[in-house]
Design a protein around this ligand. Structure first.
Ligand code: UD1
Length: 417
């Protein structure tokens, strides 16, 4: 299993580019199931999760071809509407094939994704949405079995905004009879990206990016071409990488508007951040302050940047209170940061970080999930000596060529096979 060895104490400076968004690419790939033909996506990140999505599409009878960040998916009239445990267990987002398969073939069998390191992450809201559209749902031997004569438009009020649930229902509703209204929908930029692609395919989706999405069902969709939006979480992570070392880093090919909540908090902490077009720059800063954050659905502070921001706060002057409201178990990185000599008290959903610049000491640590891995690499950039992050495969699921990007900015990191 690969590890990442990080030698701390090197200031990061320079320009780097964000890759395409993983969380956009995955639903887009599953949306292809809604129409036969050749779907073409540009700016697709080269990630393990994207490979897993392709493997799932291939198991459903599609062909995929990836070259130079362009991914072509050839969808043929499928005979298979079953997503097996072996594939789904590798990536929870596989559940996003449920809506498209059900809408297209009137039945689907998809393995339950199961738990994961950052909480139980149920899919009850996805299933409630499908049921409201007239699907019969049962669970047997670890599989969700869904069938319908024809999905019907419905009014669906999500108890809490769910990103995957909104995407799954939105995709299913494109081919349903009549109109579907999703209320309390998630508003993430990735949902807007998916809606834009669905509309290119001939769907009638309005309101994506707001809490009410209206979908008028159509009879048929067609394959189309699309460019994936920039990865706001990767861009934010690279910005924090520059910030934590006190350097000046510009992230190009990003979408600064999607990073607003992070930028506001970094400025409050004392960083100078400027934006220009698709670029965002953190300028050299010394002596930033501890600030409090609370994660919540977009446009609030993203849970996917919480761990990385915590690493930054270990180097702040003063205390920071970090509250996680999206997932119930997303402080797995705290104990690892403590191994690096950070002073953090976690209490269920709140962590109190008492920052002291220059206090971190390198040590071997264990990555537990994708964003926790990024947090530990960031902490390693400023820890004295060497930090070895074990189980770096988590990082490869969501960050394209992270070590190359960091090294180009002046970091000393090495992948140890
Ligand atoms: C997506 C992102 C993930 C991000 C998360 C929150 C992808 C591939 N992943 O995950 O990176 O951290 O949004 O921004 O886009 N919930 C239920 N029942 C459900 C569905 C969700 O209770 O049926 C709960 C979850 O347990 C969680 C909260 O709702 O507490 C939000 O989850 P959700 O927005 O659905 O996250 P994902 O789509 O899984």
């Amino acid at each position: 299993m690969d590890k990442m060895a990080v030698r701390g104490g090197h200031q990061l400076n320079g320009v780097t580019a964000a890759s395409g968004a993983k969380n956009s690419a995955l639903p887009l790939l599953f949306a292809t199931l809604l129409a036969d033909g050749e779907h073409v996506f540009h700016n697709v990140p080269d990630l393990v999760d994207v490979k897993s999505a392709c493997a799932l599409l291939e198991s459903l009878g599609c062909e995929t071809c990836y070259k130079d960040h362009t991914l072509r998916v050839f969808v043929k009239p499928a005979r298979v509407a079953e997503a097996s445990y072996d594939i789904v267990r590798k990536m929870r987002a596989s559940i996003l094939c449920l809506g498209p398969l059900l809408a297209r073939y009137m039945e689907a069998k998809v393995s339950l994704p199961g738990g994961c390191a950052i909480g139980t992450r149920p899919i009850d809201l996805h299933l409630e949405g499908m049921k409201a559209m007239g699907a019969e749902i049962s669970v047997d031997a670890g599989y969700v079995l869904a069938k319908t004569v024809k999905l019907q438009g419905a009014k669906i009020l999500f108890e809490a905004p769910t990103v995957g649930g909104t995407e799954n229902v939105m995709m299913a509703a494109t081919l349903a009879d009549g109109e579907t209204l999703i209320e309390n929908a998630a508003k993430e930029p990735e949902i807007v990206d998916l809606a834009n692609y669905l509309n290119k395919m001939g769907a009638k989706v309005e309101g994506a990016g707001t809490s009410i999405i209206r979908i008028r069902g159509v009879n048929k969709l067609k394959a189309a071409e699309h460019t994936v939006i920039p990865d706001r979480i990767e861009a934010g992570t690279l910005l924090i990488a520059g910030a934590i070392t006190g350097g000046e880093v510009t992230v190009t090919r990003s979408a600064p508007a999607d990073l607003e909540a992070l930028i506001v908090k970094m400025r409050e902490s004392g960083f100078k951040i400027t934006t220009s077009g698709d670029s965002v720059t953190v300028h050299r800063t010394r002596g930033w302050r501890g600030v409090d954050i609370t994660t919540a659905p977009h446009p609030a502070f993203a849970t996917d940047l919480q761990a990385q921001f915590m690493a930054l706060m270990t180097q702040a002057e003063g205390t920071s209170v970090i509250t996680e409201t999206v997932f119930e178990n997303r402080f797995m990185h705290v104990q690892e940061l403590v191994r690096l000599n950070a002073d953090i008290t976690p209490k269920t959903r709140v962590a109190v970080v008492r920052g002291t610049p220059g206090k971190l000491m390198g040590a071997p640590v264990m990555a537990t999930d994708l964003r926790a891995s990024a947090c530990l690499v960031l902490a390693g950039l400023v820890a004295e000596g060497e930090t070895v992050v074990n189980r770096i495969y988590h990082l490869d699921r969501g960050y394209e060529n992270m070590e190359a990007k960091l090294m180009a900015l002046g970091a000393q990191v090495e992948r140890v096979k």
